[in-house]
Design a binder for this molecule. Sequence first.
Ligand code: AMP
Ligand code: ZN
Length: 466
Amino acid sequence: MALQLYNTLTRRQEEFQPADGETVRVYSCGPTVYNYVHIGNLRTFAFQDVLRRYLRECGWKLDHVMNITDVDDKIIRNAAAAGQTIFDYTAQYRKAFLEDCDTLRLERPERITPATEYIPQMVDLIGKMRDRGHTYESEGSTYFRIASFPDYGKLSRIDTHGMKAGARVDQDEYEKDDARDFALWKAAREGEPAWDSPFGRGRPGWHIECSAMAMASLGPTLDIHTGGVDLTFPHHENEIAQSEAATGKPFVRFWVHAEHLLVDGQKMSKSLGNFYTLRDLLEKGYQPEAIRFLLVSTPHRKQLNFTFDGLQGAAAAIERLRNFARRVENPYPDGRNQDVKRLADEAVEAFHAGMNDDLNTAQALAAAFDFIREVNTKIDAGKFRDGNSADAWRVLDLFDSIFDVLRSDKEGKVAEEEIERLIAQRLQARRNKDFALADQIRDQLKADGVVLEDYTGGTRWHYADG
Ligand code: AMP
Ligand code: ZN
């Protein structure tokens, strides 16, 4: 069976193939960097990581683009409150976002760019819409006239009848029952960042960012566009209107949306204050792998209720996996038990069947854990052979190519206490003017992947890969 994806546009599960049969062109709405992202946001980004990995497993190449929204209403408000330019203000959260993605082992999209680097493309796109009669100006701002685009509402399936023509909305975010003509370009206001354009000095609305970046990077028709379900309206509806009004071509073949991470039945969100950042959880001592496992093991179209019990369950599952991986490495009698080989073949098939079914990670996970249980029974019964170790690894490697939790970041690393001890020893050596010993300690730590940095007043250290 080939990969099937649920498409929000058609409300059906459909077989997926890239349009050119080779490279999947994916666009993902990235974060708005006005603060640290929370693990709800990260659930959506973790889903995108699973999608990427499985598309590759299907044998396709990827060209995946993600924007980083570094100009919008919230950013302008927060930067002003902090007395910073939007560029300085967003730089810190952009960096933090990429660090969080690395911690959770989320692969980087092929291209990830701040929206403000695409202002000329946005201006160009608005010009195309204007030439085709889809825009109008009011008080220095340019709006999209939704009455000019009969398909408006096809993604979110809102009814636009009875909508008052000419009613406008200036905010980037609004609710379905507030559907109106939306701002493409907002007139410059005192104290706000602004760029020159043929429509006057101003700044882009949020929605135009994604249409412009996506089409400039990937062409007029994308294979897949992703985001959290909350973006379906108005953001994605508006992206379709802008893009298709400008090009006359379908903008996206597959719209794939991730459901929310909930806390006590409510969406985790900044505004409700019910959120944890990744940093909060790491400080509480949870392992990044457990957080990753929790986020990816519920299929993306199901809501996921976040609990600390759930996190502990994830950590326990990873321990089972790691124990199993160690166990199959033990020495066994020569030969290969055909039953174990068959179990591995079946597990690989069941894993693919789960993933092909709209990326059903829960089913894929169950295939791997059923296999582990059955093989453990074989090992207990003395029926496992040396040649079966490769069978076990076929399943583990496939599982981990998507889940990526087997390897521990701590493994093979010098423990922190040991590093501190060696740093103190090196300091003492320098005090004794035994520079050869001091250098030897530094070089040894370097060889073990620990980098020391001396500064006036002490020595800092970090692991070489992060
Ligand atoms: P934002 O930075 O608010 O634009 O959100 C970044 C991404 O996180 C978007 O794709 C949102 O749909 C998604 N998102 C926001 N809250 C949640 C949540 N509680 N669960 C899952 N995804 C979310
Ligand atoms: Zn977007």
